[in-house]
Write a protein that binds this ligand. Structure first.
Ligand SMILES: Nc1ncnc2c1ncn2[C@@H]1O[C@H](COP(=O)(O)OP(=O)(O)O)[C@@H](O)[C@H]1O
Ligand SMILES: [Mg+2]
Length: 236
């Protein structure tokens, strides 16, 4: 579904991503696991057309992203690491705005917003300002916003960071639900148990390089994923 070939991104001296080559399969939940600064967000940004690689190539469904930007954009949804909605708009206004960006016509737009708010149980707050929502509600809104145009591939960058355990479990349930709908999911996390709970396969990044890539079961075989992670990533 997605292929990375020798992907690199340097910021001056900093080799944020330093030669990644692997494939992400259709329908799987693929985890990018690594400590802060490992290069997860930079990788996601290149895969979602927000950053130009220093070197290397990316293919979506066999097509290079260069020259196929609109096709790639129509395929993907993005849940960024940091909340980036207009907090002075209401929940439904935010979704409306996003739907317009994707040129969703009325009445499909309204129907889709209704459906999504129901999916993440936010119907009751649809007319509340985003700034009034709890952290967990904001996260759920961020996720459904990315689904407005029915993407086939969803990227989630640290979807549960700083959430309490109950809310984290809700988000996990939501991600499993999306997988069951056939959506390919790429998520980054620095929580090992999150990768273990959700992912079919995990790539461990360290200093912008691939330290390991395998099924979650194989990475856990004989020892915990946490032990593997600690053994494969540098200490500082
Ligand atoms: N825009 C940027 N300019 C300079 N350095 C950056 C920039 N973005 C990321 N970096 C650096 O690249 C490395 C990888 O960062 P990032 O991809 O955000 O890691 P992660 O998401 O795994 O925490 C870090 O050393 C970070 O400081
Ligand atoms: Mg990050």
């Amino acid at each position: 579904m997605i292929e990375l070939v020798g992907l690199k991104k340097f910021f001056g001296e900093v080799k944020a991503v330093d030669g990644l080559s692997f494939e992400i399969h259709r329908g799987e939940v693929f985890g990018l696991l690594g400590k802060n600064g490992a290069g997860k967000t930079t990788t996601i940004k290149m895969l979602t057309l927000q950053l130009k690689p220093t070197a290397g190539e990316i293919f979506f469904a066999g097509r290079p992203i260069v020259g196929n930007e609109l096709f790639v954009k129509s395929l993907l949804g993005l849940v960024p690491q940091h909340l980036n909605f207009d907090q002075d708009l209401t929940v439904e206004e935010n979704l409306e705005l996003h739907a317009r960006l994707y040129h969703l016509p009325q009445p499909a737009r309204l129907a889709r917003i209704d459906e999504l708010l129901k999916f993440v149980e936010l119907e009751k707050v649809r007319r509340s300002f985003v700034r009034e929502l709890s952290g967990g509600m904001k996260r759920r809104l961020l996720i459904v916003r990315s689904l407005i145009h029915k993407p086939q591939i969803l990227f989630l960058d640290e979807p549960t960071v700083a959430l309490d355990p109950q809310v984290r479990r809700k988000i996990w349930e939501l991600i499993r639900n999306l997988k069951a709908q056939g959506i390919t999911i790429v998520l980054t996390t620095h929580y090992i148990e999150e990768a273990e709970a959700l992912c079919d396969r995990v790539a461990i990044l360290d200093g912008g390089k691939l330290a390991a890539l395998d099924s979650t079961e194989k990475l856990c075989a004989g020892h915990s994923l946490e032990e593997t992670f600690i053994a494969l990533t540098s200490r500082f």
